[in-house]
Design a protein around this ligand. Structure first.
Ligand code: PMP
Length: 282
């Protein structure tokens, strides 16, 4: 694999980041994951916009312009011959002697990009649907910032794995916030319900696109919190993320939803999303 680090394209064995990097020492970094379909980027503009917002909220200096970032993504796709998969990008506040206070102005940020090949559109999981458990949401309070501080979501995935299921939905004050790495939705009587935007959840780029397509298809969307009990009584459920697209959920804490197979709303939204995103990819 050829990866990108601070201006250079290198074989992954040769790419190096300092042991003093603040991403490593303080999780002082932000990231994005952009999907590649047919060698093109899905919703690059959406991911770039959120990246700049994350950096702004943390007073981080952008390592380059949006145009330069797009060019780096394209160069990485070309150098690796990537057709389908993901591009991961991470920006940190750079390397500086260990100190809780931010390093002096002028400290160069660290920018790293690499790809992962993955079959995304023709997913076997989407045919079957996934099973989730609910767990407490023990993350910090600014989940709208896409930081690399992912230890709790990582533990959540392990809790799901140990329970023999695919993922976990996190619950705070009795209400579902989101999945460990995705936004959560239920459907009841044709109405799509998903938590409203705020600091409690990540503002999913896939979420924004899917809600737009749902409204364009005359589906009703309610942006409000819901409980696990309401979810278990729903007709269907699903999650969205850049790497899972729209993924049906068929079981929550052992309770099967509807027939236990992917529902019509999730299935239709998945089809619309893939079709529209293939057309709009850059
Ligand atoms: N919520 C969380 C906590 C996530 O980690 C992700 C994926 N990064 C999402 C939601 C989905 O966001 P997106 O659609 O932009 O991938």
């Amino acid at each position: 694999r050829i990866v990108y680090v601070n201006g250079e394209y290198l074989p992954e064995e040769e790419a190096k980041v300092s042991v003093f990097d603040r991403g490593f020492l303080f999780a002082d970094g932000v990231y994005e994951v952009t999907t590649v379909l047919g060698g093109k980027l899905v919703d690059f503009a959406g991911h770039a916009k959120r990246l700049w917002r994350s950096m702004g909220e943390l007073e981080m200096t952008p390592p380059c312009t949006e145009e330069e970032l797009l060019a780096i993504h394209r160069e990485l796709i070309a150098r690796n011959g990537l057709e389908e998969g993901m591009i991961y990008l991470q920006v940190t506040r750079g390397a500086a002697d260990r100190d809780f206070a931010f390093p002096p102005e002028g400290t160069a940020p660290t920018l790293v990009l690499f790809h992962q090949e993955k079959v995304i559109a023709e997913s076997p999981a989407a045919e079957k649907g996934i099973r989730v458990i609910s767990i407490p949401d023990a993350r910090w309070g600014r989940r709208d910032i896409k930081t690399v501080q992912l230890l709790y979501p990582s533990m959540g995935k392990m809790m799901a794995k140990k329970a023999g299921v695919d993922d976990a939905w996190m619950v705070e004050e009795g209400m579902v916030t989101e999945g460990t790495s995705n936004n959560a939705y239920i459907v009841k009587g044709g109405v799509i319900v998903t938590r409203q935007l705020g600091t409690e959840i990540l503002h999913g780029i896939t979420r924004a696109a899917v809600l737009r397509f749902a409204r364009e298809a005359q589906m009703t969307v309610e942006e409000r919190p819901f409980t696990v009990q309401e979810a278990q009584a729903a007709d269907e459920a699903f999650i969205t993320s850049a790497s899972a697209f729209v993924m049906p959920v068929v079981e929550i804490d052992g309770a099967r939803l509807g027939t236990g197979t992917p529902g019509p709303v999730a299935t239709r939204l998945r089809e619309i999303y893939i079709e529209e995103m293939r057309k709009a990819a850059v």
